[in-house]
Design a protein around this ligand. Structure first.
Ligand code: VG1
Ligand code: CO
Length: 541
């Protein structure tokens, strides 16, 4: 029997990046099936289509992949290209979709959220350009989940996901591929691998922390096997279903082992970490932390040194809460710079239209038009290539960058797992007062403008409203507030703080001190601590 009756579940609304829930929610009978059938229906069915499938190796990923394969077969798909063991990093999945001319793909991951039976799971649909489904499609999926009455799933033995090659599942072909090879080959076309081999030969030392998540096999193949970095350069290199208990979010809080090493006496020259599904990156030098917004600006300013971008960039895009550091580079280089809502899905149209080749977010995400997702190891290779070309340390590159462009002090404060109603009331009150704020004085700062960000896609004209509150102060500093769309518990309030310091003075303050006036003004305006009773943020990046 391939047709199964079902009833809608509440809350199957994709967020910033696919549908994310507690793993046990996904494991309920029919929950995954409903969402996948709704996705197939929303994209016009999968009859005769080819899809890519894989995930970050987290708990329930293999079971989910087997279910999706049987559903694809029952829905008439022609071919499913699956990463061996149901593994594919997000950027590798994006690459496979593009390279193989597939109609789309499904990525099984909750990205930077922890994994395991009591943690998080997620499902995301990507389009034929390799990028995350745009809002028009995710809304159609959500709509369909609310009216679903039936899904299709083949009653068949589990296909073998561990042996490379093709097998049949009903009328459909299941093609199991090496998850790493095509991606590593793509990297060889973009970067100067000879210069990087010479760099490692010369004794350059690097630490790559894959945090027991999906980039381990990719990083070992690229850095150790192809570039000759010493064995053991990559740590936590084996993807585990619960990420070995690690929280695979590459920031100073969660990648603390790497932080300790890089801030210690015996620090290697360069350090990096990536997240659960491999699309995020954190960049460190010996004793140096590079904020993601600064990293984007440095990549923009130095991209011409990397073979894949030697001809120059087409343009640059950043998400709205990301600092304006990259805007200064774009201005200096005479490039267009776009400001989009949070989430990689908003960059796809700009890249497809040839308007931008470099994109980034403050949340440890950078990428280019080589795929349609952000790409953690790509960012690491960009940095390595720039270090090799400029023969400078990370700290020297940062100092040089700020001296040239000035420095945008930046920090994000996250308040996690707040009661949803409390968070919504807090921002609702702010919304009601936005108009009155302009021209007022807060903690010695004057408010120059205050609004709620709405984005009109310059390529297809679609409008996305309600994308975060922006309060700009005279002199170029600002505060942005928005609620997370990737959490699975209560509401997470993100407060993004920024202050511009023109060179040559004031370039080496501690960011939290430099931002103290904005932090105080936010508390006066929104009353986060007062209303939530929290002493401070849970995570500071
Ligand atoms: C967060 C980040 C956002 C990123 C998204 C997906 O979203 O802020 O910049 O695109 O995660 O990243 P939110 O809605 O929680 O702020 V990933 O690596 O989890 O796919
Ligand atoms: Co991710």
């Amino acid at each position: 029997m391939t047709r199964h009756e079902t009833q809608p579940f509440d809350g199957q609304k994709p967020g910033t990046s696919g549908l994310r829930k507690k793993t046990r929610v996904f494991m309920q009978p029919n929950f995954l099936e409903n969402f996948v059938q709704a996705t197939f229906d929303a994209v016009g069915g999968v009859q005769g289509k080819t899809l890519v499938l894989g995930g970050d190796g987290r708990f329930f990923g293999r079971e989910a992949a087997l279910t999706i394969l049987k559903m694809a077969a029952a829905n008439g798909a022609a071919r499913m290209i699956v990463g061996q063991g149901a593994w594919l990093s997000t950027p590798a999945a994006s690459n496979l979709i593009r390279q193989r001319g597939a109609d789309g793909g499904i990525i099984l991951s909750a990205s930077h959220n922890p994994g395991g039976p009591d943690e998080d799971f997620g499902v995301k649909y990507n389009m034929s350009n390799g990028g995350p489904a745009p809002e028009s499609v995710t809304s159609a999926i959500h709509q369909r989940t609310q009216e679903i009455t039936e899904y299709r799933k083949l009653d068949a033995p589990d296909p073998d996901l561990d042996s490379l090659g093709e097998t049949g599942l009903g009328e459909m072909t299941v093609e199991v591929v090496d998850p790493v090879a095509a991606y590593a080959d793509l990297m060889e076309t973009l970067f100067d691998f000879k210069a990087l081999r010479d760099l490692f030969d010369s004794g350059f030392r690097m630490r790559m922390d894959s945090m027991c998540a999906i980039t381990g096999p990719y990083a070992v193949e690229i850095f150790e096997n192809r570039l000759g970095a010493p064995t053991g350069t990559v740590t936590h290199a084996t993807p585990l279903p619960d990420f070995g208990g690690m929280h695979p979010d590459p920031n100073p809080t969660w990648a603390h082992e790497l932080m300790d090493e890089m801030m210690g006496d015996a620090a290697p020259d360069f350090g990096a970490a990536s997240d659960g599904d491999g699309d995020r990156n954190m960049i460190l030098g010996a004793g140096t932390y590079v904020s993601p917004s600064d990293s984007l600006a440095v990549l923009a300013a130095n991209a011409h040194l990397v073979p894949g971008y030697a001809g120059g960039l087409k343009g640059i895009a950043r998400s709205m809460p990301t600092s304006a550091a990259v805007d200064r580079v774009a201005e200096a280089l005479g490039l267009d710079c776009y400001e989009t809502p949070t989430g990689w899905k908003f960059f796809g149209n700009l890249m497809d239209a040839g308007r931008v080749s470099l994109c980034g977010e403050e949340s440890f995400g950078t990428g280019s038009d080589h795929v349609r997702e952000k790409d953690g190891l790509w960012a690491v290779l960009m940095w390595l290539n720039i270090l090799a070309a400029r023969k400078m340390s990370v700290a020297e590159i940062m100092a040089d960058h700020w001296a040239r462009f000035g420095r945008n002090y930046y920090s994000r404060h996250d308040y996690e797992a707040l009661p949803i109603e409390q968070a919504e009331t807090m921002l609702g009150d702010l919304r009601a007062r936005l108009g009155d704020l302009v021209g007022s004085e807060v903690e010695g700062l004057s408010v120059a403008s205050a609004d709620e960000f709405a984005y009109t896609d310059p390529v297809d004209g679609s409008i996305s409203r309600g994308q975060g509150f922006r309060i700009l102060f005279e002199g170029g500093s600002r505060v942005v507030l928005r609620l997370s769309g990737t959490g699975t518990e209560g509401a997470t309030l993100r407060v993004y703080l920024e202050r511009y310091a023109p060179e040559p003075d004031g370039l080496d303050h501690d960011p939290q001190e430099a931002l103290a006036p904005m932090i105080a003004a936010t508390e006066t305006l929104v009353g986060i601590r007062e209303r939530t009773g929290r002493a401070g943020p849970d995570v500071i990046t």
